[in-house]
Write a protein that binds this ligand. Structure first.
Ligand SMILES: [Ca+2]
Length: 312
């Protein structure tokens, strides 16, 4: 049983990742969700996080609001792609569970301070602002984190928001630089992996066929997600980025990668937010990341369908 905290900016693929975690209570004890500004402004991401908990029949999961903007740069959201999570009242009605009053960064710090060393896993599904601010405010918490699994960055795939940078890292490159330099055991799920996990019609049909509320909701959200697909990124379907993080916790054997050094570009206007991954070990810099580059996509979708079937 892993005790996990999910930092998230839901977001359609975040919603699927959260549902996958809540559908796996035998392996994952979800201590709380922390919303961050990213795909959408904070007031939407925290509300969507609560919507997803209620969809899963888990209004007992505490949801916190964290930082409303990146550390230094202005917030550039992706509402064009993710707006439907806040618009679709039928699938995801207004939440009735309350937002926690404590700030998300303070919840993260407090939970880690109270924990034994090396016992909490943190899942980062959005920009790394909350986690960076927590590490700056309370650097001693680094030793409490068993593993930080980040959906973000790219190695050979390069960028999806600029030619050089992936959305989560590009949104708050300074936060990413703090986190990647923190010494926390870090596993990175880059675009190289998530672009292998595509929403093909048979995979969507399998989720729709589950017949339960959550299966139908996920199939509908992903169909909408798919409808907004940009052909330049994939010919056969949308990439299911964030669920890879939770799938990695549940089935690490589905993934493959290597330990490398990754540094974050923060200075260059041309390549800001680039994850400069030393895949071939040419710099001599010490590895700081387990960088995944391969995934068994079919196995991941089988896992997703099997777990979502357990939800209401
Ligand atoms: Ca996300």
């Amino acid at each position: 049983m892993r005790r996990i905290i999910i930092d998230t900016d839901p977001g359609i693929d975040d919603a699927v990742a959260i549902l996958l975690a809540l559908a796996s209570p035998e392996e994952l004890d979800v201590l709380g969700l922390i919303a961050v500004a990213g795909n959408l402004p904070l007031e939407s991401t925290e509300r969507n996080a609560r919507r997803v908990c209620e969809l899963a029949g888990r209004p007992d999961i505490p949801v916190y609001a964290g930082c409303a903007r990146p550390m230094l740069v202005p917030l550039g959201t992706a509402e064009r792609i993710h707006g439907e999570t806040s618009r679709d009242q039928l699938l995801l009605p207004e939440p009735s569970m309350a937002l926690q009053t404590q700030h998300g960064v303070d919840f993260l710090i407090g939970t880690l301070r109270a924990a034994e060393a090396d016992t909490i896993t943190v899942c980062a599904l959005g920009p790394l602002t909350n986690i960076a601010v927590a590490l700056i405010k309370a650097p001693e918490i680094a030793g409490k984190i068993n593993e930080l699994v980040v959906m973000g960055g790219a190695c050979f795939e390069l960028g999806n928001v600029t030619p050089a940078a992936e959305f989560n890292i590009h949104t708050d490159p300074h936060a990413a630089a703090v986190v990647f330099a923190s010494g926390v055991p870090l596993t990175m799920i880059p675009l190289d992996v998530s672009h292998q996990v595509l929403t093909t019609p048979p995979r969507l049909a399998a989720l729709r066929a589950l017949g339960n509320r959550c299966g139908r909701a996920v199939a509908a959200l992903l169909a909408e997600f798919e409808a907004r697909r940009v052909d330049r990124f994939a010919e056969r379907g949308r990439a299911l980025h964030d669920p890879c993080v939770v799938a990695y916790l549940l089935r690490p054997q589905l993934f493959d990668g290597r330990e490398v050094n990754v540094e974050i570009e923060t200075a260059s206007p041309l390549t800001s937010g680039m994850t400069v991954a030393d895949w071939w070990g040419v710099t001599g810099r010490k590895p700081n990341v387990r960088l995944m580059n391969r995934v068994d996509a079919e196995g991941l979708y089988v896992l997703l369908a099997e777990r979502l079937a357990r939800l209401p």
